[in-house]
Design a binder for this molecule. Structure first.
Ligand SMILES: *Cc1c(COP(=O)(O)O)cnc(C)c1O
Length: 470
């Protein structure tokens, strides 16, 4: 058994080393087709087992051609971090240690690692020191935790006990959401009993920023409990909502302000970008990711809630009373929906220790500089339109004409495909305000100037190739 463990770990280690060492050469898109992968992983249900080493070697053979280069330097699709080495190693140990992260008693080390890492996060993001923190699987679940705390506390103030009486018959809550909010906000609201048709959508400007005039007008129309959801870092443009004006309007009505800051909240960790998210500290809760800009391996998100008691009431298993802490260290399961769960504190603790406050700030500033550099390099060419001010690390590009045109939609989609096939870099596509765009997100720790220049050149080559052929 012991020999089996060493052999399996040695095989995994050798494979991880090969994968890591070949990252610079690897094509960012997966090479294998779904048919190939179904065949490679497939076969009937195994009747007899195999030794662990053989299984791991078979896993590597089947998986490798189906892996993307999202942990590499030239992957700009979606918003995906690149698993910092300290986080990867801590994550391996998390599995090897096999801790159940539910309570202090099931893993004292994890509970304290989460407790300390939570304080570091609050400090680095310059959030109110009284915040409680739940370690979640990602920003979507962070949003669920925050909005559950908001919902239950708003209703408690209105004389309704959600933990005891549930949602049926509860006083209605007015929920205001920006028109360009991330899809996960609507998902979180749905999980919590707020159907999409009963949300109040607030108009946004051309960058996707919520218009505070429209919010004030909407708030003036409603009575009773109020929840406002703002955004730090719009998915396509990186834009920030005007938090001061939103906080004034929300708090004047005793509302709860939640901020979706999956990646954008990290702007607060860097002096060059902090002003973009100014005022966000006035919110009541914030959702952020560890697996995006902080480079913690998946899954990792954080729910920050200013009212620690409201947070625990919404998440604890022992509904109406708050279980005691051990020297201020609370059970991790009192901060998130799960009971048994991964010991999520170790990887975050390790990545923050490895980068330090200065390393995190440097990385965020560098990614924003790289995004600007790449956007400028693209925009020098005729027919290439960068549609947003590059405020952060995200930008969108369109080919042909900037405005609405079926031919440019088609060109933009074809160029995204072509870039993917060429294999120098990976970019995503989206529809932004009715037109097709290429999305670029610079968020991987290994990315350098040279990677960005090479990738911009590959995108331009694809555009020129497309023009020659049409
Ligand atoms: C990625 C993202 C989310 C969702 O985060 P997950 O970690 O995928 O659950 C929410 N909001 C924004 C702005 C995002 O970019």
């Amino acid at each position: 058994m012991a020999a089996d463990l060493s052999a399996a770990l040695d095989a995994a280690y050798a494979c991880a080393r090969r994968f890591h060492d070949a990252r610079a050469q690897r094509r960012p898109n997966a090479a294998a087709t779904v048919e190939w992968l179904l065949d490679a992983f497939g076969g009937p249900t195994p009747e007899a087992g195999s030794d662990s080493r053989t299984v791991i070697e078979r896993l590597v053979t089947a998986a490798d051609p189906g892996l993307t280069g999202s942990a590499g330097a030239r992957f700009f699709g979606w918003v995906i971090g690149a698993s910092h080495p300290a986080g990867v190693a801590a994550d391996w140990l998390t599995s090897a240690w096999g801790q159940n992260g539910a309570s202090y008693h099931s893993s004292p080390a994890n509970a304290v690692a989460e407790h300390v890492a939570a304080r570091w996060l609050v400090d680095i993001l310059r959030l109110p020191p009284e915040c409680a923190v739940g370690f979640t699987t990602g920003a979507t679940m962070a949003q669920v935790v925050c909005i559950a705390a908001a919902r239950n506390e708003l209703l408690r103030r209105a004389g309704w006990d959600v933990e005891a009486d549930g949602m049926f018959g509860a006083p209605p809550i007015s929920v205001c959401v920006g028109d360009e909010a991330h899809a996960s906000v609507f998902l979180a609201l749905r999980y919590l009993g707020f159907g999409e048709r009963r949300l109040i959508r607030i108009a946004a400007d051309a960058s996707g920023r919520m218009l505070d005039d429209s919010l004030r007008a909407a708030i003036a129309q409603v009575n009773g409990p109020l929840l406002v959801i703002a955004q730090a870092g719009q998915l396509n443009t990186g834009a920030f909502d005007p938090f001061d004006a939103i906080a004034d309007a929300t708090h004047a009505r005793d509302g709860w302000l939640h901020v979706d800051g999956a990646f954008g909240l990290w702007a607060r960790a860097c002096a060059a970008t902090a002003h973009r998210a100014a005022g966000a500290e006035r919110a009541d809760s914030w959702g952020a990711d560890g697996h995006k800009w902080l480079q913690v391996p998946y899954d990792c998100g954080y729910a920050f809630v200013r009212d620690a008691a409201a947070h625990r009431r919404a998440m604890t298993t022992s509904a109406s009373y708050l279980p005691p802490s051990v020297n201020g260290v609370i059970d991790p399961s009192d901060t998130v929906p799960e009971l048994s769960r991964r010991a999520r504190g170790f990887a975050t603790w390790a990545v923050i220790a490895a980068l330090g406050r200065r390393g995190i700030a440097e990385m965020i500033g560098r990614h924003c500089d790289l995004a600007r550099r790449m956007a400028q390099r693209l925009a020098r060419h005729d027919g290439v339109h960068v549609l947003n001010d590059v405020e952060l690390n995200q930008f969108i590009v369109r080919f042909g004409s900037a405005g609405s045109s079926a031919a440019s939609d088609e060109a933009t989609r074809r160029i995204i495909d072509r870039v993917q096939t060429d294999g120098v870099c990976f970019v995503g596509g989206a529809t932004w305000r009715g037109v097709a765009v290429m999305r670029v997100s610079v968020i991987s720790w290994p990315t350098t100037d040279a990677d960005v220049d090479r990738s911009a050149d590959a995108i331009i080559d694809a555009w020129h190739g497309f023009q020659r052929e049409s």
